[in-house]
Design a protein around this ligand. Structure first.
Ligand code: UTP
Length: 326
């Protein structure tokens, strides 16, 4: 079965890191965000991915092709007109009657997709949240979806739509997106996938929901760090020993990283070829080839090829930076 993965966004909320690399290639728990997603999809039996690329898309293409051997089709979305528009660009690569799975490129999930892709009906992944105002929500009768509401002002439902979509027949979705585009129907200035799905419901398509308890957002620095923590807890690895170092699990430390006289962890990822000396790092992500010394860091993200030394305690700096304080 095919999966569509839209990753054309610029990732403004993850700046400065997304100035030099696409959001989906940011490292979380030892692997790019999209690597976690691909692993889950392949386990679920997805054998072809249509990836919608845009901003820094060539970097995503290179990484995927180097790391996975399934069939990829890359579709370029030059005008970022919204998620429905992004999906619509894939129309030539999907036949009308085939089922389709769509997953947002910045959503790491932990759910068994097997029953979902065998389901008799189209289905949307949901998670109950206390404050659904910043999500699209699904109003249900307990079995099927009655309607979808984008960013509701009143509490019409707690079922937030989390970015995993299973369509029984792709053609029906494309027909509804055609309608949005032909009639220039936009919400908040974009062609919205939620609007297209709502049209499907109105034209009689039956949708069910499936619960996604493990749903880890990577869209902003705070959520990237909390996702790093959760994923590390699930798979902390046994490590070699490092001279004069104390390692507090859970951590991910790349084999090629060099650590000396430092305290690392908990909840910390150290990238490839990073060099860490005389440093205490907790709850943080340190990029590839970063050089960090003489410092205490907590809740920090340090980009690739970056040098940090001195006295800051919490930072969020992008690739190729150099900070020497204290
Ligand atoms: P977001 O709304 O999170 O956008 O899109 P973004 O650009 O990644 O991040 P911010 O808001 O600027 O910080 C959710 C997913 O849909 C894709 C994005 O790449 C992301 O994976 N998307 C969104 C597209 O591919 N094309 C679009 O037109 C819109």
């Amino acid at each position: 079965m095919k999966a569509i993965i839209p990753v054309a966004g610029v990732g403004t909320r993850m700046r400065p890191h997304t100035f030099s690399q696409p959001k989906v290639l940011l490292n979380v728990a030892g692997k790019p965000i999209i690597g976690h997603i691909m692993d889950k999809l392949i386990t679920a039996g997805i054998d072809e991915a249509i990836v919608i690329v845009g901003y820094l898309g060539y970097m995503v293409e290179d990484w995927l092709v180097k790391n996975y051997s399934i069939k990829f089709t890359f579709v370029s979305q030059d005008d970022r007109l919204g998620l429905a528009h992004a999906i619509w660009m894939c129309k030539p690569y999907v036949s009308k009657d085939e089922p389709l799975f769509i997953i947002l490129g910045d959503t790491i999930f932990d759910v068994d997709l097997d029953p979902v892709i065998k389901s008799a009906y189209s289905s949307l992944g949901i998670k109950d949240v206390e404050d659904p105002r910043r999500f699209g929500v699904a109003v249900t009768d307990g079995e099927k979806i009655l309607k979808l509401v984008e960013k509701p002002d009143t509490l019409v439902s707690k079922h937030a739509i989390v970015g995993l979509y299973f369509l029984k027949q792709a053609g029906r979705l494309f027909d509804c997106i055609d309608h949005l585009i032909d009639h220039d129907i936009k919400t908040k200035g974009e062609f919205q996938l939620t609007d297209a799905l709502q049209l499907m419901i109105e034209s009689g398509e039956r949708f069910t929901t499936f619960p996604v308890s493990g749903w880890y957002d990577c869209g902003k620095p705070e959520t990237l760090l909390s996702t790093n923590e959760i994923l590390l807890e699930k798979k902390s690895a046994t490590l070699k020993s490092y001279t004069g170092c104390m390692i507090n699990h859970p951590v991910f430390i790349a084999d090629s990283a060099v650590l000396q006289n430092s305290i690392i962890g908990p909840n910390t990822t150290i990238g490839e070829h990073a060099v860490i000396t005389n440093t205490v790092i907790t709850n943080s992500i340190i990029g590839n080839y970063a050089r960090v010394s003489q410092i205490m860091l907590n809740q920090s993200i340090v980009g690739n090829n970056t040098t940090v030394s001195g006295s800051p305690k919490q930072i969020n700096i992008g690739d190729y930076s150099e900070i020497r304080l204290g």
